[in-house]
Write a protein that binds this ligand. Structure first.
Ligand code: ZN
Length: 290
């Protein structure tokens, strides 16, 4: 559970989100408690509908209790020092209008920086983002540096309350997840991995059961970058470097309007992590490592 300062930051994020009209990037503040799924026996999928097809082979975790989707929050703490930077490409279903008005939910400069610095990364993309920026989605997914995972289709809440996000319609959690993968296919995205990040990280046991038929592993994080709505890169850099441990999953955003300092933060974080002996990897690399 978060320390008091982090809880305070989470409260601040909620306030900012409310002021910002429930802007999509309001994840990364805090995650809900969830039953551990580590060490759970694998559940059979026999008798269920076929899971969402994953275009590329990627390591997954065994199902959690009762066949619920497994949850991955960080990799091994021992052994090699590896860390995964993850970027949520947020876009909520009702933000087309804002995009049409000029608001940018993409961040090509961030992607260019990751490429220039040769930083492997996992992008958790909403289906709406792939529909709004199909060329960028295809380009990111076609780059061997990156892998694309689902951040839902609509960026609605899968468990409430969740930073003011509207809730996914009852009974449609699985369909929302599968619709995101369909949007990736339509955009011609390669390197799609069967991972799912809950909008806002908000989930409970029911949500994990609801998305299980989609065949995804839920991916949370253990390092909150605090990049959503940050005005300066310095505090983001300090926060990441102070929290990161071997196996860490860092949550950041690939949404320029909501996370304008992320690109600068990455430019400062990456060399420092490498100087400390960390190898930057994708989430699938951490999952594969146990
Ligand atoms: Zn998000």
């Amino acid at each position: 559970m978060p320390s008091p300062p982090r809880a305070a930051r989470a409260r601040t994020a909620v306030v900012v989100c409310a002021l910002s009209g429930a802007l999509a990037a309001c994840g990364g503040g805090e995650q809900r408690a969830t039953p551990s799924s580590s060490g759970s026996p694998a559940a059979t999928t026999a008798g269920r509908a076929a899971p969402t097809p994953a275009p590329s082979a990627a390591p997954t975790l065994p199902a959690g209790p009762g066949g619920a989707a497994p949850v991955f929050s960080h990799g091994r703490r021992e052994g090699a020092k590896r860390v995964a930077l993850t970027f949520d490409a947020d876009m909520t279903a009702d933000q087309d209008r804002r995009a049409a008005g000029g608001e940018r939910f993409d961040h090509p400069q961030l992607i260019a920086t990751l490429r220039r610095l040769k930083v492997p990364a996992t992008v958790f993309m909403t289906g709406k983002w792939a529909e709004q920026y199909p060329d960028q989605a295809k380009s990111i997914g076609g780059d061997a540096l990156f892998e694309i995972a689902s951040h839902s289709y609509s960026h609605h809440a899968f468990a409430t309350p969740c930073y003011g996000l509207p809730a996914v319609a009852a009974g449609s959690a699985r369909a929302d997840v599968e619709r995101s993968f369909a949007a990736f296919r339509k955009a011609g995205v390669e390197h799609v991995v069967p991972y799912f990040r809950f909008p806002g990280g908000c989930h409970d046991a029911a949500a994990l059961r609801a998305i299980a038929p989609a065949g995804v592993t839920a991916v949370q994080w253990d390092v909150v970058s605090g990049d959503a709505f940050a005005k300066q890169a310095g505090p983001v850099v300090s926060q990441v470097l102070a929290q990161v441990k071997p196996g860490s999953v860092v949550v950041m955003h690939c949404t320029r309007s909501a996370a304008p300092v992320t690109e600068e933060a990455v430019r400062r974080i990456v060399p420092e992590l490498r100087a400390r002996g960390y190898e930057l990897v994708r989430v699938s690399d951490l999952v594969a490592g146990g």
